[in-house]
Design a protein around this ligand. Structure first.
Ligand code: PAF
Length: 254
């Protein structure tokens, strides 16, 4: 049975008690609209820890466009069902005022990694991500926290923040989970029209073909994607494209 906790002090009490009993705690921060990618993080956390907590909070500070924030799918009932089935012990489901009593006066900024790639196209995005993740890690104090490699840059920034602030949580990367046609699972995929959904797997197929970023950019453009970036980092090729109104990101090892 998944227990829902809305208040920060109650979550702090639960974690203190769990860790005090020498139990390990796995944690998956989410914005909801859970899919098979999230499920794989939860299952990994379940295998590796005595207790599993998930947070569900659509974090406004990581959006520079209010329309995007509004469009983020809210599917609480289905999310709850998945968490129950996957054996999540606790869902932390806070309100903005609980997580941001300071109204975002205090924030984490990083330079230069957060300014490129995703950061160059989404103003202030990683300040919002790092700030909310730091808050959540301070509240939950998990033994391990799980992050999908689909958001590679986010994973790297969180991993390095945890090291920079001596957080006692291990940041665990988890491989990208894909549809059978190769499209990386994402909460945004529900916004693709039938035609866009047919084109979308071409993004991963082209990224994986072993060419230079310059050639990949050209090939994606020719195939009908609006290319935001394709770059090589950390022995990976990272890319972001738009298909109609939907923005897709993905990465493959080089
Ligand atoms: O990857 C996400 O869903 C979000 O960026 C996260 C880590 C939950 C922070 O809001």
């Amino acid at each position: 049975m998944t227990q829902v906790i809305r208040e920060v002090p109650e979550m702090v009490r639960w974690s203190t008690e769990t860790l005090g009993q020498n139990r390990s705690l796995g944690f998956i921060p989410t914005m909801g609209a859970l899919h098979a990618g999230h499920r794989s993080l939860i299952e990994k956390a379940r295998r590796e820890n005595d207790r599993v907590a998930v947070s569900l909070f659509v974090n406004p500070t990581q959006y520079d466009d209010p329309t995007d924030l509004e469009a983020y799918p809210r599917t609480f009932e289905a999310d709850m069902e998945m968490m129950q089935n996957a054996g999540v012990d606790i869902l932390l489901f806070p309100e903005y005022r609980d997580l941001y009593p300071d109204d975002y006066r205090y924030r984490v900024t990083e330079s230069p990694v957060s300014e490129e790639l995703e950061g160059a196209h989404r103003n202030g995005h990683f300040d919002g991500v790092l700030t909310v993740v730091l808050k959540l890690l301070c509240i939950v104090r998990p033994t391990r926290a799980y992050f999908g490699e689909k958001d590679w840059q986010q994973y790297v920034l969180v991993r390095d923040m945890a090291a920079a602030f001596f957080l006692q949580t291990e940041i665990v990367p988890c491989p990208v989970i894909r549809e059978s046609d190769g499209l990386a699972m994402s909460s945004r995929n529900v916004h693709l029209t039938v035609e866009e959904r047919r084109l979308a797997p071409e993004f991963h197929r082209i990224l994986s073909c072993g060419e230079s970023p310059q050639i990949l950019r050209r090939r994606l453009g020719e195939r009908g994607f609006e290319v935001e970036y394709v770059e090589r980092r950390d022995d990976r090729i990272l890319g972001a494209v738009r298909v109609g109104k939907v923005r897709l990101i993905d990465n493959v090892s080089d």
